[in-house]
Ligand binder design. Sequence first.
Ligand code: PHB
Ligand code: FE
Length: 506
Amino acid sequence: MAPHRTRFGSLAHYDKGGVEVIKDDPRNYVFSNVFEVASKAKPYEKVAVGKNIEYVIEAIRAEGTSGWRVAAQDEFALVMDGEVEVRLVKPDDPATGSGGQPRLDSARDRPHGSEDGPRSRAARSHDALARRSGLPVPRRAARGDPAADPGRTRHGGALGRDLSDDAAAPGLSEEDDAMTTDTVPELGSIEPNQHGYRTFTLGKFTFSRDQYFVHVRWPNGTHMLAADAFLRAIQRDVAWGFFYGIVNFDTVIGTVNHYGTVDLFAGRFNAQYRQAGLDYSENFKSDAISRLFEAILADWTNATFDPFASPEETGSAFGPKNGSNKRAITRHRVTAKRMIGAPGDEPIRTDDNGFPINRHFTDVSQEMPDVHAEPGFEDQVVSVNLFAYLSRSDVTWNPSVVSVCKNSLYCPTTEEYILPIIHGNDRVEWFVQLCDEIEWEVEDRDTGAVRARVTMKAGDVAAMPADIRHRGFSPKRSMLLVWENASPELPELYASGKMPPAPVQF
Ligand code: PHB
Ligand code: FE
């Protein structure tokens, strides 16, 4: 069989996906391709391809030498094609003659090798052999700004395990429907059923499983889900701290995050259940529902099954109870404080620390960027090969926080098969497809009515509006950058209509 080929884009060759509209306005998705944008721009012209309130992603064609740039906060650069040398100088160093002012002179005016700050070459060339990428940390690193200390405020909200319990977001709340149950859950039954699995109760919800299915019961309804799909879904829900907004396990069951408490619901985002008056919700402390899902995962995940793995990389979830897989369900979740690879932050992945290259990414270059720091700057310049990092991910559909600037989080992930949840947004999200291809099914968040199908290929950028829900399909393992704005104000701003659901008004 032919080996897998990873399809990156380049200025010389890129394919562009697009938005297939069913009932929508394609402008809601602000769809573009960084290679197309960069190829039409002037060298070093910054063209915004993504805008998440005050945060921006710009596409730049690096060609020749740029002028000097000074940023007021961290900036993260990702080289998608070719090779770029980034020189960093300390702007207030008298040796540069800049006197603390932004330097606008050209690097060309200065002889090579005479930099007074560090230098890093973050590169990725067209050919697979020399392919590299980097995420340098320029401004505060080079200037040694004390504000960059790792002790600063962590990002709140979802996606980490460090949830801020006080940041209750009223968005999406339909409290009239939801009864709050404040008790510690009585977890599982003591006795296993005839298949060997325990039954679990939280509030008025009961969860049981047989050899193929999970059965959910609530006061006025019942529902069945396949056991593998259910375990994949609750594994994401607990790992992500209930994520942003709504995590639908399927079109009936799921959770709504209120950042401190969580609603467990049946039929709430399903037009037919709602019309029939059969939807049901209960509100729990986040901690209680986490402990319930963790207990279910521990009891119902057989030794042969890994809920984070793609179907081709795991054994069966089915059959009578057969051991457990604690290692798979308690993985460390990567949430960088500033950037992976930075001193004291999340380490990069290697064979030695247990992250071999995935079978679909054996052609991804592992070459590391060259970093030359002047004495005194050694711990302030960081550049890593992000594609190499992702090629070694051992999980699918599990965004990890690799770089942070205030509330702007870069959460790349590797995807294969189907996103195990249908995610309902409480804010705008952005996607940058880094390689290969994903198709997104997009529906109305509240009713489930189909809106659009978005195909993303390497270099494509798209927004997902604040009022949708979506599910991704990735035929081959691919790399996706999910860009989140973790600001705790956002759910209320969108829910109250103070902010429009699409990120850009044309
Ligand atoms: C999303 O809902 O936007 C999402 C979730 C998990 C992923 C990718 C995207 O791996
Ligand atoms: Fe999403």
